[in-house]
Design a protein around this ligand. Sequence first.
Ligand code: KG4
Ligand code: ZN
Length: 345
Amino acid sequence: MKKKPVILGIESSCDDTGVSIIRGRDVLSNIIIHQKIHKKYGGVVPELASRLHDINITKAVKKAFLSARVTRYQIDAVSFTLGPGLIGSLLVGASFAKSFSMGLEIPLLTVNHIQAHILSHFIRNANVNNSYPKFPFLSLVISGGHTQIIKVNDFFQMEILGTTLDDSVGEALDKVARMLGFYYPGGPMIEFFSKNGNNKKFTFSKPIVNGLNFSFSGFKNDVSQFIIKKLKKNTLFIKHNLSDICASIQKIIAEILLEKVKKSVIYTGIYRIVLAGGVSANYEIRKTFMSFAEKHKKYEIFIPNKNFTTDNGAMIAITGLFKYERNIFDSLHVTPYSKFKTFSL
Ligand code: KG4
Ligand code: ZN
């Protein structure tokens, strides 16, 4: 039997240092070191993020090797996030991966972060469906940096059908959460406090955006104005209504996302939907999509397991694996990019 490649994946595009070792499509280890320092700043501070990646990367790599029970000589290739992301953070992962590749004389593989979120569904047992989505499918990528609908024809053939014109959904959630008094990242806090809340208590305006694009800045402002107005009348408004506010915010967000997905199905005739990115960890969004799929049997909806929603090294390793299998290697001269470039090879 052919030996399955062992790939080391390194993710450092934002504030999480992710290092994973996979053998074929099986995850042997998946270590994530979160940077808590950004909590008090209400968002990621780029300079602090890169410094902490620098400190954390060797710790994460050591842990990944220990937990996978493999030695560095068993690694066949090293894969890392080339972009998009924070340039200082990306440079730390890139430098580490390049040194590792050079030192061990093994191939270097570069990965697009968004593509990796989508391809995380090809890790064994990575989604609640316990199966790999068949091509073609539509992917709804919802994260702190991006909100996009992407038509996925193959591992490396992807086409953006819609994107946000302003804030990403994660960014909007994090900003609204800050107004409610939560630390960064606010998305999980909104989810936590929404429990037992009445999701119909408050309504917020839905953005009107043509085609398959999104917009979340209007929604964010609407929620902010609503809170400011209420606080003027009652300074304890947030305290007394926190779970209802959080539940209502989540419900509207889930509806906006589902409506756009339904529209993209009408445009493309593709009923296979794959959710990806940090915001897809959200309970209300998952529930909304799952119950929609139960009622509409033509739809097939793939929801990632929670550990593969937010940034992780395993998604970088699996994307690297597909390049490795096609003998698509990169040179030591590659440089990270902060803005979205391309999905093509
Ligand atoms: O994919 P990700 O880890 O990083 C980027 O590529 O941006 O996504 C981070 C985003 C943050 O905005 C965070 O608030 C949001 O995902 N997030 C959530 C949840 N977990 C993470 N939003 C809502 N509910 C959650 N449970
Ligand atoms: Zn991400």
